[in-house]
Design a protein around this ligand. Structure first.
Ligand code: TRP
Length: 372
């Protein structure tokens, strides 16, 4: 049975997402078991083993080169529009793991320009506040400062601009319209923006003076940008960046909404707020205890279960048991929520501690161009 209509663009995610259909629609490839077996430590990696990062472009090419001793670098980013929630952190945690797995350098782009342009209500002061706030969360994830450089678009534009210009010259308005759905009332900054998001995919090649392969871990919603990046790369004399795409953690209010912003757990939430959001969460449960005991519940549509799956239950056999007990009716939603809470609270506390320490460490992570 086809799932209801869903929408996934870099600026809007809604409906119940059919991730296999997205692979078809976007023309990406599934990460096969064979490909996984070529990634060192994939079995121990929760996101890979559970298919949370599940799609790619040219990952096979990248791994072939890596096996031949060709190092690549990582590039990911964040549009700083609000506080950070757990869903934002999934690709960052994964990127940190890739950094360890491949001993790779990372460029992390903060697209304060993007959020200013695309969100009517945001001022540049707002986006710059969110940039600082979000950088603390990024650093708290544990990136290696000697291998990680955070680029803030408005601050570091000088190092991106010439690359962005060369990209922009090769992208027509009709391509931008077709890829992003722009129309005549779209502001002209937004139309140019994709060129800025392309730039870090080539920056290491520019800085090194020789082509360096790049891998971009990102939510699959970002793929449209990088289709444009990849299309123009050969003409500019660069490699196409490889991509590895993740699924999006659903928000706790569930129902038809898939957007995480909806009742998400923010790193700035108090324990009491987190408790309230979890206890009020939508679940795959039945309307009465009796019914649930008799008929079981549905973990597949349950955001509480997805929180275990995506991050908070690293033990596969325990996850399997939660799934089975939910299905059979042995596990009720109240108990399951309390159990999640007992995992979320220490996770958040540890993150908050690291976030506090990050305030003293910003300098270690800031990108420096050759001339500052
Ligand atoms: N556009 C992304 C966002 O809104 C931010 C971003 C910039 C990004 N470069 C990236 C995300 C590279 C993933 C990979 O959050």
């Amino acid at each position: 049975m086809p799932k209801e209509e869903f929408k996934v663009t870099p600026w809007e995610v809604k409906g119940e997402i059919d991730y296999d259909r997205l692979v078809e629609k976007f023309g990406t490839s599934h990460i096969t078991p064979e490909l996984l077996s070529r990634m060192p430590g994939a079995d121990e990696n929760l996101f890979l083993r559970r298919g949370i990062f599940y799609s790619h472009r040219d990952l096979d090419w990248l791994l072939d080169n890596y096996r031949r001793g060709r190092h690549f670098y990582l590039y990911t980013g964040r549009g700083p529009s609000s506080s950070t929630h757990l869903g934002h952190m999934i690709p960052w945690i994964f990127t940190r793991q890739l950094q360890v797995m491949f001993d790779a350098k990372l460029y992390f782009q903060m697209t304060d320009d993007e959020k200013f342009l695309f969100k009517d209500q945001l001022t540049l002061e707002d986006t710059s506040r969110a940039t600082y706030d979000n950088m603390l969360d990024i650093i708290a994830v544990g990136f290696d400062p000697s291998k990680t450089k955070i680029i803030v678009d408005t601050r570091d534009i000088k190092s991106l601009y010439t690359i962005a210009l060369r990209v922009a010259k090769r992208v027509t308005f009709s391509t931008a319209k077709a890829v992003f759905g722009f129309n005549n009332s779209t502001n002209i900054g937004s139309i140019f923006y994709t060129a800025i998001q392309s730039a870090p995919a080539f920056i290491e090649s520019e800085m090194e003076g020789t082509n360096v392969p790049c891998l971009i871990p990102c939510g699959i919603d970002q793929d449209p940008h990088f289709r444009v990046t990849r299309d123009v790369a050969p003409a500019l004399g660069y490699y196409k960046p490889a991509l590895i795409h993740g699924k999006m953690l659903p928000g706790l209010s569930g129902g038809k909404m898939s957007s995480t912003g909806d009742a998400a757990l923010y790193t700035t939430d108090s324990d009491a707020q987190i408790r309230k959001k979890i206890m009020n969460a939508f679940t795959g449960g039945r309307s009465t205890v009796e019914e649930q005991r008799k008929l079981g519940a549905n973990p597949d549509i349950c955001p509480v279960f997805h929180h275990y799956e995506f991050l908070l239950e690293p033990d596969d056999s325990k996850l399997k048991k939660t799934y089975a007990d939910c299905r059979s009716g042995a596990l009720l939603c109240g108990e399951c929520k309390l159990n999640l809470l007992s995992k979320v609270l220490p996770f958040m506390q540890k993150h908050r501690d690291n976030r506090e320490k990050a305030k003293e460490r910003l300098d270690e992570f800031m990108f420096r161009s050759g001339d500052d």
